[in-house]
Design a protein around this ligand. Structure first.
Ligand SMILES: Cc1cc2nc3c(=O)[nH]c(=O)nc-3n(C[C@H](O)[C@H](O)[C@H](O)COP(=O)(O)OP(=O)(O)OC[C@H]3O[C@@H](n4cnc5c(N)ncnc54)[C@H](O)[C@@H]3O)c2cc1C
Length: 250
């Protein structure tokens, strides 16, 4: 029996961008938008849209006063390819639906994340990292690649000898790329961005969060602005700059 292949990315996603060395984020489906938030908020009064000025004001009011359920009526479906260690953090976000590619059915290609630079342990922030000249990039990269290669060759050897895929995969490191679908509403997505685009999140995770934010802004511009104004507390240079610009515009 031939193992199934890795998932094929949607050839016509709504939006897509490459992330890290071999990953991607695709927005494959989207429902709702700023209008859906406004309609949901006015449902209690049996009223709908009232024009741009009033509707945008309402989105800002909802965010400012933490009336968040209307934001649950806009829904994003993402297809993501990322290293397993990134997905381990991602999957902690319980409000949303995940389905992941399984190595019990498929044989993985030799696709590991190779960082462009090794960071040093941050001595102040226990969970963080910092750029450091003291790191011998060449030596670390050579050891890293050799460890990955050894793991992958062992995996292949196990498969060739008839070991089950579900067991052979046990030797693979978390730098291996995986793929998953994630369907999430705008409220939960904002919570994700608040936590994962911010400076305390791991750099690799932040790269994904920034792309999600870019696409979120394109699909829900009023909600994005309101999020920056009332919820975002700082800690990402791109978001911080945009927040400052919003302030100067008034
Ligand atoms: C920088 C950083 C470091 C982290 N370090 C660690 C770590 O060392 N170890 C670790 O285990 N995790 C760690 N986490 C993961 C973190 O604890 C959360 O699990 C993760 O960020 C998901 O956040 P969330 O619960 O808000 O999201 P979701 O699970 O999507 O939940 C969204 C919101 O729904 C509500 N909610 C969901 N489930 C419940 C519930 N059962 N009861 C009540 N309310 C609920 C809460 O209001 C929650 O904020 C880290 C996260 C970050 C950002």
């Amino acid at each position: 029996m031939t193992p199934s292949q890795p998932p094929t990315p949607n050839p016509q996603p709504l939006l897509a961008e490459r992330v890290l060395d071999k990953g991607f984020v695709q927005l494959t489906d989207f429902m709702g938008g700023d209008d859906a938030v406004v309609q949901a908020a006015r449902a209690s009064m049996a009223q709908g849209l009232k024009g741009e000025e009033k509707d945008k004001k309402l989105v800002f009011y909802l965010m400012e006063h933490n009336h968040m359920t209307p934001f649950e009526h806009a829904v994003f479906k993402w297809h993501v390819k990322c290293p397993i260690f990134v997905m381990r953090q991602w999957i902690r976000h319980r409000i949303g639906s995940f389905n992941e590619w399984s190595l019990r059915y498929s044989q993985t290609p030799d696709e590991f994340y190779v960082p462009s630079e090794f960071r040093a342990q941050d001595m102040k922030n226990k969970q963080g990292s910092v750029a450091a000249a003291a790191i011998d990039q060449k030596a670390e990269l050579a050891d890293y690649k050799s460890a990955l290669d050894h793991a992958y060759q062992t995996y292949k050897k196990f498969l060739d000898r008839g070991v089950a895929r579900e067991m052979a995969r046990m030797v693979l490191p978390t730098a291996l790329y995986t793929q998953f679908f994630w369907t999430v509403n705008a409220r939960s997505l904002m919570n994700f961005l608040l936590l994962r685009a911010e400076a305390h999140a791991q750099w690799e995770m932040r790269q994904y969060a920034e792309i999600l934010a870019k696409f979120f802004k394109m699909k829900m511009p009023w909600t994005w602005q309101a999020f920056l104004k009332f919820v975002w507390k700082g800690g990402n240079p791109v978001f911080d700059k945009e927040k400052r610009l919003l302030k100067t515009k008034g």
